[in-house]
Design a protein around this ligand. Sequence first.
Ligand SMILES: [Fe+2]
Ligand SMILES: [Fe+2]
Length: 280
Amino acid sequence: MTTTAPARDVPTRRVRFEYPLDGLPKDFAGDPVLSRVLMVLSSVFPDGEDYFVRSVRHFRHEVTDPELAEQVKGFIGQESIHGREHRAFNDKLAELGYPTKKIERFIERSLGFRERVQSPKANLATTAALEHFTAVFAEQILTSEEARDALAHDEVRSLFLWHALEESEHKAVAFDVYHHVGGREWVRRLVMNVITTGLVVGASVAVAAMLVLDPRARRDPRGALRELGASPFFTKGMWTRLRDYNRRGFHPDDVDTTELVERWRDELFGDDGTLRSRVS
Ligand SMILES: [Fe+2]
Ligand SMILES: [Fe+2]
């Protein structure tokens, strides 16, 4: 099956972030629980994004639509730089005593295993599904001031904002490639259900561990759960958006983020953009 992709600008920006010489604070996101959640997320990104790139690159030669082929090029460029910058951030977090390198190695091994046992098309479906997770997370950062404020450290906020903008720019690329090469709708939805179940189980284990291991949470487990539930990164709206992927006929462009993307392109990389000087 071939489809024609709508025009989308997916530029590769060679951005570099720098962290203060006197080090990052351990609770770089202000709140200790959120700092740990973001630490895990950042540790998953580099090898996760390498996997996304390999999954899409595998089908590159089958992409006959020149517009989509151009977007694939941009997707590979963007994800490669995300991986590089999150790896650099993870090195800094490791210096603070976080187990980022262990998590990176675990993700590398699990995704390597997945690639050995799954078909290339199932890997592409996995990538399309995980790209929906990142797109929903990105939208939350770009739309919610509360979420941005929660990322207390300036450089960390910039890192996540830049990443969020580019996830929104390329949110439909892996999905469109999947359909372009004849990926089936029922497999797409099944893969999402399997991934969601795995992540819900994983998140529940992480929360239970936090309640047992964190002395603050042990003293006041109800308060810790309330705090987590009130986080701008765990909202009911985000859950509804995530589950929307399972609707028959869903497409990432069903939620139009064009204006949002334009606003942040201008704020970050426009003439007076705050990150303009970071691009080499
Ligand atoms: Fe990314
Ligand atoms: Fe992505």
